[in-house]
Design a protein around this ligand. Structure first.
Ligand code: NAG
Length: 223
C-alpha cells in the first residue's frame, strides 16, 4: 500500500516537471504566435530574463537576424547555436561533436540549409574542405569549436575560413576556443568573432581556455 502511494507521488512530480519543461521550451519558441495568460507565462518564464530572440539583451531591428553562439566548455559540455530564436545545434539536439560545428543559413531568408560537425582531432580534414568549398553565395556561416578545433587544421582550411571573413583562423590551434559568424561573399573581416588561445598559464579549465559566447544581430541580405 505504502509503495503504491509513493509511486503515485513520484509519477505526479514527474508529470509536473515534464509539463513545466515542455511549457518552458514551447513558450520560448512560440512567444510570437502564442499568448499565454499572464499568470501562466510568469510561471514558465524566469523573471528577469529578456524575451528577445535567442535571449539577446536588446531586440534586433527589422531586416536583422538574431544569433547567439557558444563554444564548448573544455571537453565536457558541447557548443550551442541559436539563430532567430531557434536552437539549431546543441548537445540536447545531439548534433554537435568534438572539433568544429558549422551551420549554414540562407542570408536572405534566414533558413538553415546545412549543418555539419567535423572532428579536428582525428577526423578527415578533406570532409571539411569539401563542406566549405560547396558553400553557395550569400550564405551565413556559423561556427563553434568544441574540445579541439586545431590538430587537423591545415593551410587550405585556414584560407577557406579567412575568405569567409575570419581573422583568427590563421592561428587556430590545439584546444583553442573559437566562435565565428561569417559569410560566403564577405569583402571585409567579419565583426562577429571571438577567439581564446589555449594557454596552460591562463586557462580557466586545466587543459582548456574558457568557453566563448558571441551574440548579436546580423543584417539580412536584401536584394
Ligand atoms: C536563398 O533563398 C532564396 C529565396 O528562396 C533563393 O532564391 C536563393 O537561391 C537561396 N540561396 C541559397 C544560397 O540557397
Amino acid at each position: 500500500m505504502r509503495v503504491t502511494g509513493l509511486i503515485r507521488v513520484v509519477a505526479f512530480v514527474f508529470t509536473m516537471v515534464a509539463m513545466w519543461v515542455f511549457l518552458r521550451s514551447y513558450v520560448s519558441f512560440n512567444r510570437k504566435t502564442i499568448r499565454l495568460p499572464r499568470w501562466l507565462e510568469f510561471c514558465v518564464t524566469f523573471p528577469g530574463i529578456p524575451n528577445n530572440k535567442c535571449g539577446l539583451s536588446k531586440p534586433c531591428q527589422d531586416n536583422f537576424f538574431a544569433f547567439k553562439l557558444s563554444s564548448g566548455a573544455a571537453n565536457v559540455v558541447g557548443p550551442s547555436m541559436c539563430f532567430e530564436n531557434e536552437i539549431i545545434m546543441s548537445p540536447v539536439r545531439n548534433n554537435v561533436g568534438r572539433g568544429l560545428n558549422i551551420a549554414l543559413v540562407n542570408g536572405s531568408t534566414g533558413q538553415v540549409t546545412k549543418k555539419g560537425s567535423f572532428d579536428m582531432y582525428s577526423g578527415e580534414p578533406k570532409l571539411l574542405i569539401q563542406f566549405l568549398e560547396e558553400i553557395p553565395d550569400s550564405t551565413l556561416v556559423l561556427v563553434a569549436s568544441y574540445d579541439d578545433p586545431g590538430t587537423k587544421m591545415n593551410d587550405k582550411i585556414r584560407t577557406l575560413f579567412s575568405n569567409l571573413g575570419s581573422s583568427y583562423a590563421k592561428q587556430l590551434g590545439f584546444r583553442d576556443s573559437w566562435v565565428f559568424l561569417g559569410a560566403k561573399d564577405l569583402k571585409n573581416k567579419s565583426p562577429y568573432e571571438q577567439f581564446l588561445k589555449n594557454n596552460p598559464e591562463t586557462n580557466k579549465y586545466e587543459g582548456w581556455p574558457e568557453l566563448l559566447e558571441l551574440e548579436g544581430c546580423v543584417p539580412r541580405k536584401v536584394f
